[in-house]
Design a protein around this ligand. Sequence first.
Ligand code: SF4
Length: 246
Amino acid sequence: MIMPEDLKSLQREFSGAKPRELLEHFMKIHGSRIALASSLGAEDQALTHMMLGIDPGAVIFFIDTGRLHQETYDTAAKTMKRYGMRYQVFFPDNKRVEEMTGAHGPNLFYESVALRETCCQVRKVEPLERALSNMDAWVTGLRREQSPARAGLEVIEWDPARKMVKLNPLASWSNEELWSYIREHAVPYNSLHDRNFPSIGCAPCTRAIGEGEDTRAGRWWWEDSGEKECGLHVKSQETDDRGGSI
Ligand code: SF4
């Protein structure tokens, strides 16, 4: 099992590696204990294509928050058909959803940042913790270009909250590289991307963006700008006592 102190040398070793090379290496080490947490967005669709090309039984899951767009479910369905694969699907705890909705209403996320974070915690973060509870490593589609908050992203990171390796194989990819990969391999993708939704989350919390807007401007658009994260991606420590960026 990879430990935080291994990170620096791994980061050096894989600094120029292609996403597929990185995935091959870690999928060989971890087998069924490494999973792609898919949002069914473009980046995760590219990673789905790569991982299933390496291992048709690769573990890929998505979290069904109960508030996704129909187009996102359609993406899951067409991906299953194209690759003959099955997702692991994780739902929020129904008791917690009942209590939250009963106390604050179905649209609580518009009321305050605190209630929006509560909703993300119940519908996304807790199911993610369950999904990762039997894993040693996870894979995400984060890219540096997506937002200023992600500019310092490493390809290999230590997830301090889950105490496991987190791979961001597409960290250095530009939007152009991503879409040329999708077109070249005819990867199925969410049709909302063709309607100016570069980043897709839950339906009530995502809108199309306008000309010149940041790619994540359509997420929780009613909130003031800021880091706009939902708690899935806990920042690594800048440095530890070994000087590592973990
Ligand atoms: S994105 Fe919106 S609907 Fe989805 S979990 Fe977060 S607050 Fe709730």
